[in-house]
Design a protein around this ligand. Sequence first.
Ligand SMILES: NC(=O)c1ccc[n+]([C@@H]2O[C@H](COP(=O)([O-])OP(=O)(O)OC[C@H]3O[C@@H](n4cnc5c(N)ncnc54)[C@H](OP(=O)(O)O)[C@@H]3O)[C@@H](O)[C@H]2O)c1
Length: 332
Amino acid sequence: MNKKQNKEAVCVTGANGFIGSWLVRTLLQQGYTTIHASVYPGSDASHLFSLPGAASDHVRLLVYEANVLDDRAISKAIEGCTGVFHVASPCTLEDPHDPQKELVEPAVQGTLNVLEAARRFKVRRVVVTSSISAMVPNPTWPPNTVFHESSWTDLDYCKSRQKWYPVSKTLAERAAWEFAEKNGMDVVAIHPATCLGSLLQPSLNASCAVLQQLLQGSKDTQEYHWLGAVHVKDVAKAQMLLFETPNVSGRYLCTDGIYQFGDFAERVSKLFPEFPVHRFTGETQPGLTACKDAAKRLIDLGLVFTPIEDAIRDTVESLKAKGFLRQEQLPS
Ligand SMILES: NC(=O)c1ccc[n+]([C@@H]2O[C@H](COP(=O)([O-])OP(=O)(O)OC[C@H]3O[C@@H](n4cnc5c(N)ncnc54)[C@H](OP(=O)(O)O)[C@@H]3O)[C@@H](O)[C@H]2O)c1
């Protein structure tokens, strides 16, 4: 990842979200000077202009308001770019009232609209932000085997348990591969685990809310939504690495290890004993095989993962600074 000026013009969808903002920050840091920031119409993107380098004379950070379901608007955002980072997709902990409309359609049709525009404008490569939620839960995975990129989420299993977020991410990724193959496009997918780190955006995103709730005593085991965690800055670095490295293809798991959510809670509790973090007994992810270097494909490309303790500390500091976390004291 060498820093040089006049890199390709790129579009980032979901640019003002948690991962999107870190990606814009990383692209600016690495010398990208034309960035189309595609954001949901009416949402706040002002924080992007406070990122280091955003206000430089030679930088063109342009905001495009585009619902990913609006193919004309998304087309305008992508026109003039040779790279696209598709990040936008509903990412929520709330149970949807209408899963198809709220989660599945924006994920799937949104991805197809982005890819169609990228095809039309002859974009060189599209980096699709998928998720571990397109890999797990997968109850048919062989026991005592570390999860890797060949695992796909079991849709029937998720639907029968009303787990719509994994359904949306799985169908979106499948649609992306089908479209890419049919149209001979260069698409690469990244599969982040639970992303943590400082919030650059003003609102609280779902993955940082997982840590916030854990710190406030939540007993949710994250049974269906967990493989491990990763610093959001490493995700942004990995997205850029996957855009810049010539011979990459397929799926890239992005996590600093695979382990139980209960083990994560232990680490959080050790770092922040003043918070009432629940101590889980037994396995929170039954049968999950732990592995430190699970993101082997990215490690082989040179990515060095930030220790998860740093990501936890950064998140907590940021949650406090933004007023999303009160300093709770355990009764003495
Ligand atoms: N955070 C994680 O732990 C994690 C892990 C794996 C994968 N991912 C994936 O990473 C991506 C970004 O997630 P995030 O954590 O950064 O969450 P986030 O902060 O909620 O970002 C999602 C972004 O997508 C935008 N969006 C949603 N629906 C849209 C639509 N119909 N049209 C245009 N924009 C739309 C949101 O805009 P508004 O906020 O204005 O609605 C927001 O900017 C998602 O694809 C998510 O599935 C996240």
